[in-house]
Design a protein around this ligand. Structure first.
Ligand code: UVW
Length: 334
């Protein structure tokens, strides 16, 4: 049970609302944050979302982002022919920056710059040289009802989720904002969209998915447009407003993860007032993974087709010790 935002105990040198220490048990520092919310009972309850067996892949092809921002290396793939060895067959090799396509931002992707700290007080040097807070970490299951305490839950194995998407803007305003502009999605928009989507309710441990149409925009653009609008530093993108109201709204819902189809989940470039940086709130102060550049196009179509905006979701990040980020390898099942 979470205290109210304003009643959370004060953590030295962090803003009110910081959850450091909240998930610690038996003098062990927690390393997975909101993934702890994926208790066996949440997973079991979520499985009731599977009614038709129809499923949708939520990762973009890894090589789709031709011009990743911030000079990140684009994905490379090489097929290795075994013919010289007298064998008919192939291996393949891939090289990638885990930030260059659909991704989870793990709990050492973003630190609070002024103090050089990461989720749960992890210091910069330890983040750099140890496996602490890595994407391979699993939650120690704590089923609140039974206080079992020891069973392992796979990192982001299965969750109940909901999606919100651009359809709301089209219905309300006649057209949606260009996802390649710094349009801020406000709390009132999220509330109205939930209401509009069959009154979808959010529950603790859900994964929130917000579709802006960024992936569609990218897929429809020419290579020259893509280069102009996505390469380099800080290109504009739609996303949630990084403001006080948004921070409180998200805190009150206790999502297990926040996912979007844009580069940064929050409106980008970030606001000059970094007090409400959503990267900082989600990853550093709460330990809630951020999903970015997920392909939510087919998902939105399937939600529309079924007239429901909740589904079962499974994601298995790459098992990299000390990993910073990972393709989500995510599938929604209806
Ligand atoms: C951006 O690249 C804008 O954000 P992130 O580093 O979280 O991928």
């Amino acid at each position: 049970v979470f205290p109210r935002f304003d009643d959370l105990p004060t953590v030295l040198d962090t803003p009110q609302g910081c959850l450091w220490g909240f998930y610690d048990r038996n003098n062990e520092k927690d390393q997975v944050g909101a993934i702890n919310l994926l208790t066996p009972s949440v997973v079991k309850e979520s499985s009731k979302e599977i009614r038709t067996g129809r499923h949708v892949q939520l990762d973009w092809p890894l090589n789709n982002q031709q011009f990743p921002g911030y000079d990140r290396k684009p994905f490379e793939h090489k097929v290795i022919d075994h013919k010289p060895l007298g064998i008919c067959g192939f291996d393949d090799e891939v090289w990638m920056n885990t930030q260059s396509g659909s991704q989870w931002d793990g709990l050492k992707h973003d630190g609070y710059g002024e103090a050089a700290v990461f989720y749960n007080g992890l210091k910069y040097e330890d983040a750099l040289h140890s496996h602490t807070n890595g994407t391979h970490r699993k939650a120690k299951s704590r089923d609140c009802a039974r206080q079992t305490g020891a069973k392992g839950v796979e990192l982001l194995d299965v969750e109940f989720s909901l999606t919100w998407y651009v359809r709301f803007y089209e219905k309300r305003d006649g057209r949606a904002p260009d996802p390649w502009t710094r349009h801020e999605i406000k709390v009132a928009d999220l509330e109205a969209a939930l209401q509009d989507q069959a009154g979808t309710q959010t529950r603790q441990g859900d994964i929130l998915m917000i579709r802006s149409g960024y992936v569609k925009r990218h897929n429809e653009a020419t290579p020259a447009e893509r280069e102009a609008r996505t390469s380099g530093i800080g290109k504009p993108a739609m996303g949630v407003a990084a403001d006080e109201e948004m921070v409180h709204w998200m805190y009150d819902r206790h999502f297990a993860a926040h996912v979007g189809d844009t580069v940064a989940f929050e409106a980008w470039p970030p606001a000059t007032n970094r007090k409400y940086s959503f990267h900082n709130w989600s990853l550093v102060w709460w330990g809630t993974p951020l999903g970015e550049l997920w392909d939510l196009e087919k998902l939105a179509q399937e939600c529309e087709r079924q007239g429901r905006w909740s589904f079962f979701c499974t994601s298995a990040p790459l098992h990299v010790r000390g990993g910073v980020a990972s393709p989500p390898c995510a599938i929604a099942i209806f």
